[in-house]
Each structure stands twice: as structure tokens, then as C-alpha cells.
Write a protein that binds this ligand. Structure first.
Ligand code: DOR
Length: 443
């Protein structure tokens, strides 16, 4: 009898649109063709998922993979390998490389580099600048473009659009949801004297204070409304922004990071020093509590890792000369599974934040749920496995993580990208077969 499926995922607990169901998943080619009790004999390959939970593939919509320009920190191959090892099936990469991704040419260059080297599917953001305002609407419609990213405040690199007039023009050019780094540049400059001559890294959230984030978020919401444009506010870090964002749900979606949901000041700076330095900063526990409440209330739409590696040597510089950012693409899912274990979120909420949420926000085609006709992307997890996050397991080039040594309950056991098993039991398999993510408005 001819094989009906190229792959059958057998005996797992599968997160379907109807909830968790004990069933098998049939895959033909790169997409899901069946859900139900399937005859193992009809599959070319059978993946034994007994005791495991099969989730829609995790999509990490904020990573910095540093290629081209800073490959000594990370590259598209190592970054996506880390992603696959962490159970992530697709990534959206940020434009602050060298050169910055600000033109169709630099975007195409990244897409070409990712071919045959990316272990996961991928899309690239293009950065808005004072110079490319007229072009952003064309760039965002290129295949493989995740959309436009705006840095309202300076962070790593030189991408910046600080003035309302230019921001409004960016928002007026195009249709896709615009991803926003919301920190107010003027306030950052005014307050830099607090740390300029050298300071303890625990001053980071005082320099880049709550008002810095709040002011930028208020401004961009107002501008988005004027421009009738949807925005996505990245890595929200303060309690005060959340009710404001909740009151603007028609135009604004919200990202939180695992770092802001797991670490808090001053403890993180005492324990990890500049390793915990990121923009916007990790703040006191009351902000972490507010973010969890916003997860519960549905105000947070997505969790993205903001994977932003720098070398140890760079991080060892004295603050504020130490760069901001920490790796995280590989630990995103383990940390969220651990939070699930401790009851801070439910499994449906986790899937919403890591698969369905990214799909909804960015209008991704055929990803974000386990349903017939969708891409065969799966993050197969053991909800009960208790594991330590070790240096040996971590694959990011920078070779460190603030989460090293942490014991978590819940672990990615396999990563399946469009029907290809690319990670199993901590090993990468086969070869890098990532493809550009497709979007509904540019199919
Ligand atoms: O901490 C950060 N690091 N925040 C950003 O916005 C950029 C990132 C990086 O690229 O290093």
C-alpha cells in the first residue's frame, strides 16, 4: 500500500484548534494533511510522540542575529541553530546589522545569506530612517520582509527616528503593522549625565527610566492614531504603559520578553551585572508583576526573545560602555514552559503568545496553528522534563546566558519545520532547510 504521509507524529497530545487532543498528525510534503488516529504503516517516517505534547511551531518575532557585520557575536547559521535547539521553528530578525537593513538590496542580501544556512524559517525587518521614509512601503512588501522596525530611542547601532514629524511620515507610508522600540531619545540624552562618567549597572533603569518608555509609547500611540496605522510595541517594560496600551488595542499590540517576565531589579544587576543590561531595562518586581497580570488579562499579545548577543569581552567593559542586550532565542520556550509549570500561565496562553499571537499580529500565512492546510511546524515538548540550562546545551556564539544553571520544568524535545525534523533530543538533524516566512498580504 502506498504511503499516504511523509511523516506521522504518533501518540502525542496535540494542541489543535479544538484544544489538546490525543491524536496523530499526518504530514505530506511540507504541510499538515490529517489529524486523527492514523495507521503507522501509512507513513514514510513515524515520530513517536508518546508522552509528549505537540505544539504549533514557536515563532520568535524579535531576534538580532548580527549578520552581516558582527558575525563574531552571532550569525544566521548559529542564531537559527540556537533557535531550533530551543524549539523555535521561525524567527523574525532585526535590522540593526552592518549595513543596516534599510533598503531592498540589504534585505535581499540577508535573504540570500539565510538560504541553506538557516535551521528555521525566517523573515527580516527593515529599519526606518530619516532617509528612507518614502521607500518603506515598498520595502515592507518584499517577500521575506517581516515589516518595518522603528527605533525611537538609540540602542545598539545607529538606527533612529526620533522626531514626531518623521515618525508620522513613516507611519503614513505603508500598511503593515510597524514594530516599535519605544524609548524617548530626547529624554535619554537629557538623562545620560546620570551615568556618563561610569556608574554601577543598576543605574541602567534610572537612566532609561519609566518616563522614558512611557513618553515614547504615548507619542507613538498618538501618531499611529493620526496615521491610521497599526503598531506593535516591543519589549514593554513598565507597569504604566500597560493600561495605556490596553486602551489602544484597536491599533496597538504588545510584546513582552522572557527576560522582563523572569528577572527583576535590583537582584538581576547584583547577580548578573552587565549581562542583565538591555534596552529597555529590566526593572523592579512591581513591573514584572504588572507584566504577568497583563499576560493574564490578554493585554500582552506575544512573547519575543529580543535575542541580542554580545561577547563576554564587550559585556566586561565598564558600564555604560558595555553594550545592551542578552541572548534568549534558545531559552524562550524552556523559560515559558517553566512559568507554565509554576502556574503563571496556561498552555493555551503560551501557544497564543508564541504561535497564534505572532500569526495574528503579522498576518503570517499558514503558520501559528496545527490544522490541515497549515505548514507542518511543530515544537514538540515534554511538559514534565526537569532539565538544567547548561553552557554545553547553549548554542549562541556569545557563549553565555543569564539563565545558565537555571533548572526548568518543561523542555523542547523536537523541532519540526515544514515536515523536516531539524532537532531531536538536543541534536540538530539533517541540514539547514529554512525558508522565508510568507505573509497573507504579499503571497
Ligand atoms: O538591549 C537591546 N539590545 N535592545 C535593543 O533594542 C537592541 C539590542 C541589540 O541589538 O543589541
Amino acid at each position: 500500500m502506498a504511503e499516504k504521509y511523509d511523516l506521522i507524529i504518533k501518540g502525542g497530545s496535540v494542541f489543535t484548534p479544538s484544544g489538546l487532543v490525543d491524536c496523530d498528525v499526518g504530514v505530506k510534503g511540507t504541510w499538515i494533511t490529517d489529524l486523527g488516529k492514523l495507521d503507522a504503516g501509512r507513513g514514510k517516517e513515524v515520530f513517536d510522540a508518546a508522552g509528549l505534547t505537540v505544539l504549533p511551531g514557536v515563532i520568535d518575532t524579535q531576534v538580532h542575529f548580527r549578520e552581516p557585520g558582527f558575525e563574531y557575536k552571532e550569525d544566521l547559521e548559529t542564531g537559527t541553530a540556537a533557535a531550533a535547539l530551543g524549539g523555535v521553528t521561525a524567527i523574525f530578525e532585526m535590522p540593526n546589522t552592518q549595513p543596516n537593513t534599510t533598503t531592498i538590496r540589504t534585505l535581499e542580501n540577508k535573504l540570500a545569506r539565510a538560504r541553506n544556512r538557516a535551521w528555521t524559517d525566517f523573515a527580516f525587518f527593515a529599519g526606518a530612517t530619516n532617509e528612507n521614509v518614502e521607500d518603506v512601503e515598498h520595502i515592507e512588501r518584499q517577500p521575506g520582509c517581516a515589516g518595518i522596525k522603528v527605533f525611537m530611542g538609540s540602542s545598539t547601532g545607529d538606527l533612529l527616528v526620533k522626531d514626531d514629524a518623521v515618525l508620522l511620515e513613516v507611519l503614513r507610508h505603508g500598511h503593515r503593522r510597524v514594530a516599535i522600540h519605544a524609548e524617548d531619545e530626547d529624554r535619554l540624552r537629557e538623562r545620560f549625565d546620570l551615568v556618563r562618567g561610569g556608574a554601577d549597572v543598576s543605574m541602567h533603569p534610572m537612566w532609561r527610566d519609566e518616563e522614558t518608555a512611557m513618553r515614547a509609547t504615548e507619542r507613538i500611540l498618538e501618531l499611529a492614531r493620526q496615521a491610521h496605522r497599526r503598531i506593535h510595541v516591543l519589549h514593554v517594560s513598565t507597569a504604566n504603559e500597560l493600561p495605556l496600551l490596553a486602551a489602544n488595542k484597536d491599533i496597538a499590540t504588545v510584546e513582552a520578553t522572557p527576560q522582563h517576565l523572569t528577572l527583576s531589579a535590583p537582584d538581576c544587576y547584583e547577580r548578573f551585572g552587565t549581562m542583565a543590561q538591555m534596552n529597555p531595562p529590566i526593572r523592579e518586581a512591581r513591573h514584572l508583576d504588572a507584566l504577568w497580570e497583563a499576560v493574564r488579562l490578554g493585554i500582552v499579545d506575544v512573547v519575543g526573545s529580543d535575542h541580542a548577543p554580545h561577547t563576554r569581552e564587550e559585556k566586561d567593559r565598564t558600564y555604560p560602555n558595555s553594550p545592551s542586550g542578552m541572548p534568549g532565542v534558545q531559552t524562550l520556550l524552556p523559560l515559558l514552559l517553566d512559568h507554565l509549570h509554576f502556574g503563571r500561565l496556561s498552555l493555551p496562553r503560551l501557544v497564543d503568545l508564541t504561535s497564534a499571537g505572532p500569526q495574528r499580529i503579522y498576518d503570517i500565512a499558514c503558520k501559528g496553528r496545527i490544522a490541515v492546510g497549515y505548514d507542518a511546524d511543530f515544537s514538540v515538548v515534554d511538559l514534565n522534563a526537569k532539565r538544567e540550562i547548561t553552557a554545553k546545551w547553549l548554542a549562541a556564539k556569545c557563549g553565555w546566558s543569564p539563565f545558565e544553571g537555571r533548572i526548568v520544568t518543561g523542555w523542547p524535545m523536537a523541532t519540526i519545520v515544514r515536515g523536516n525534523i531539524v532537532m531531536r533530543d538536543g541534536q540538530l538533524l539533517d541540514r539547514a532547510r529554512g525558508e522565508p516566512v510568507r505573509f497573507q498580504d504579499t503571497l
